[in-house]
Design a protein around this ligand. Structure first.
Ligand code: FMN
Length: 645
């Protein structure tokens, strides 16, 4: 029998004797953090296990490092230490409890190893060539003996992983990691048997595969990640990638085709596709490789929609779909899809909240999923101790998350929203193509509110007095933020971002945006896309200073087209019928405008929020009512306040 909704995606696949329950695998993601000995903590195990709960056939733990010199940062499990065994065993057990296969990535940073991860040990890094790396650390060209020893280290690591009860090993041969460095004509400048021709450049990868196979035996699946194109001048492209795939065909059990290298920011946002590129932008590489090999091929990159995944498998472009970020936004999406509930899926919007937090806060976080980063704490959920009567004032993402969580815990929840639609400020983004998944998020939240039994009162601008009279036990005040309006002459001529709710906003041709932060920059891109002449005015010396760096790189790729005029160090001092009068370092200028849009920021609606204080015995504030911020903060606070009731 086949699944009614996704007959191809839901069909099992046998890989070297092991049956994976469907075609959606969790792509490698490294650990949130590790203990001081570089072993996985309970929190790390809970993070990965959470990915495996909702129907993925397998989940891969990213970056198990096979020898000390190959470490590039502190989140990498060390697989050259038997003391990793206890936590790895716990991890494998957790996956198996959730009917999910356990996969471990074997990796080596090579020339991009980081000396500071080596606890003061005095040795240089290793790679294909003698050189200084970008951090100025000496890289020594690997000798034949070192290559042999490192290949053996991959084998030893694979043996440990198998002993720990994992079901598959995953060799990282792409993205500019050590094996990728050898395979790449861009990185590898050797003239001996390990460099030059493709055959020579692939020799190291083949040796590693041989050692791993020896270590795990013939009946244990090996997945090999390669880049289908390095996407950089001087790197290899799909033609060579096809030849590389043919060389490993039959020697590994899954050929996993990603794209790019990690040291180039412009490429990084294609390896981890940004919201500005189409979903599945890298599928074409897998599809081409699949034509030339017998081994099952996996594809990934910005995939979040089961319909698209089904099409990829059904049309034979790939055999397996892998997901990293989507498994955070909604770990239950395979289960929802296979049960015919695709409209309940929260789709990753590729905002890079996960990456930013992973790098800066040393934990994971997802703009849409408040559990991410706190999986251990949320492992069992909490029913309410005493069901209470709860009012939520405001139907933005924070208010909706609070309402859903409170209702799911057994409270009687009424949600009051003054508008005729739920979603708060995200409603402004309804027509922005690269924000489609963001808008989808609030639609899913609205649906979940209904399903959770929240009494939703639209078009209801409830007053504090009315709330007080209704005798709620708890009020969740999610009254949102209001725009900061610059005090300059003519400001009344400026329009708010709500005009974007109209599919064809009445703005004329020349649009000037006041404020070049993240919001103003995104709006500028959208208006440019729909054919407006856009100028962005920003007082600071840089635009989108508040954007996550990867998102800024992605926006910058668009800005480099040069069709948007961004004026930094520019202060608007008046709006006239002709346009915006500005002060710049060069003097006063007038920027002509048919319309002026306000993107000068938001501030908490404290006047309204204060009025709701004491309208019930317990009042919690949620989202922008506390401080204007990002969706991620609103959703987290909404969830955790509702958990406290
Ligand atoms: C936060 C984060 C951590 C990642 N960690 C790893 C890793 O440890 N090893 C690896 O090979 N890839 C890692 N990746 C890359 C993913 O495996 C995947 O190739 C990429 O995110 C594209 O897939 P997606 O669009 O489904 O997220 C990571 C990606 C993200 C977003």
């Amino acid at each position: 029998m086949k699944n009614k909704y996704y007959p191809h995606l839901a069909s099992p696949i046998e890989i070297n004797g092991l049956t994976f329950k469907n075609r959606i695998f969790g792509a490698p993601m490294s650990n949130p953090e590790l203990d001081p000995d570089c072993h996985m903590r309970e929190e790390d195990i809970a993070f990965h296990a959470n990915r495996g709960k909702g129907g993925l056939a397998s989940v891969c733990i990213g970056l198990g490092i096979v020898e000390a010199v190959g470490r590039s940062h502190t989140k990498e499990v060390i697989l050259y230490d038997d003391m990793s065994l206890p936590s790895l065993k716990r991890m494998a057990n957790e996956f198996h409890k959730h009917n999910c296969m356990a996969t471990m990535e074997l990796a080596h940073g090579g020339k991009f190893g980081a000396a500071r991860s080596h606890s003061g040990a005095d040795y240089s890094l290793i790679g294909p060539n003698n050189e200084l790396n970008a951090q100025g650390v000496q890289v020594k060209a690997m000798t034949d003996e070192q290559i042999e020893a490192t290949a053996q280290a991959f084998g030893d690591a694979a043996k440990l992983v198998k002993e720990a009860g994992f079901d598959m090993v995953f060799i990282h041969g792409g993205h500019g990691w050590l094996l990728g460095q050898f395979a790449s004509p861009y990185f590898n400048k050797r003239t001996d048997k390990w460099g030059g021709s493709l055959e020579n450049r692939m020799r190291f990868s083949l040796l590693v595969i041989e050692k791993v196979r020896e270590a795990v035996g013939p009946n244990f699946p090996i997945e090999f990640r390669m880049s289908g194109s390095e996407l950089i001048p001087g790197g290899y492209d799909i033609e060579e990638a096809v030849e590389m795939a043919k060389m490993i065909d039959g020697k590994v059990d899954i050929i996993h085709v990603s794209a790019g290298i990690h040291e180039n920011d412009d490429v990084f946002v294609l390896t981890h596709p940004s919201m500005f590129v189409e979903h599945g932008v890298n599928v074409k590489y897998a599809a081409e490789i699949k034509k030339h090999v017998k081994t099952p091929v996996a594809t990934l990159g910005g995939l979040n929609d089961p319909d698209m995944m089904e099409e990829i498998i059904a049309s034979g472009k790939a055999d397996i779909i892998e997901v990293a970020r989507q498994s955070l936004a909604d770990p239950y999406f395979p289960e929802k899809a296979f049960c015919g509930k695709k409209d309940d899926i929260t789709k990753c919007c590729r905002c890079y909240t996960c990456f930013f937090n992973y790098l800066s806060n040393r934990n994971y976080c997802c703009a849409f999923n408040p559990v991410i980063g706190d999986e251990l704490e949320n492992k069992f959920g909490f029913p309410a101790t005493t069901p209470k009567k709860v009012a939520v004032i405001g139907g933005g993402p924070g208010g909706m998350e609070a309402a859903i969580t409170a209702a799911q815990r057994g409270h009687a929840v009424t949600l009051f929203e003054k508008r005729d639609v739920l979603g708060g400020q995200i409603v402004h983004e309804k027509h922005i193509p690269f924000k489609k998944d963001m808008y989808n998020f609030v639609e899913v939240l609205a649906k979940r509110c209904q399903e959770a039994g929240v009494d939703i009162r639209l078009n209801t601008e409830i007053t504090p007095e009315e709330v007080y009279e209704m005798n709620f036990d708890v009020v969740m005040s999610a009254v949102g933020a209001k725009p900061i309006i610059p005090n300059i002459p003519g400001i009344e001529k400026a329009k708010g971002l709500n005009v974007l709710e109209d599919e064809t906003p009445d703005l004329g041709q020349k649009v000037v945006i006041l404020g070049g932060g993240l919001v103003g920059s995104e709006v500028g891109i959208y208006l440019d896309m729909i054919g407006k002449d856009v100028t962005i005015l920003e007082m600071k010396d840089t635009w989108a200073a508040d954007a996550y760096w990867m998102h800024k790189v992605a926006m910058d790729q668009y800005m480099r087209k040069g069709t948007i005029d961004i004026k930094v160090n520019t202060k608007a001092i008046e709006i006239t019928d002709e346009g915006v009068v500005c002060e710049t370092a060069e003097g006063t200028i007038v920027v002509p405008a048919d319309s002026v849009l306000l993107a000068t920021g938001m501030k908490a609606n404290r006047e309204v929020a204060n009025e709701f204080l004491n309208t019930a015995p317990r009042v919690f504030e949620v989202g922008d009512a506390i401080k204007a911020g990002r969706v991620v903060e609103a959703v987290k606070v909404g969830y955790y306040r509702a958990m406290d009731i």
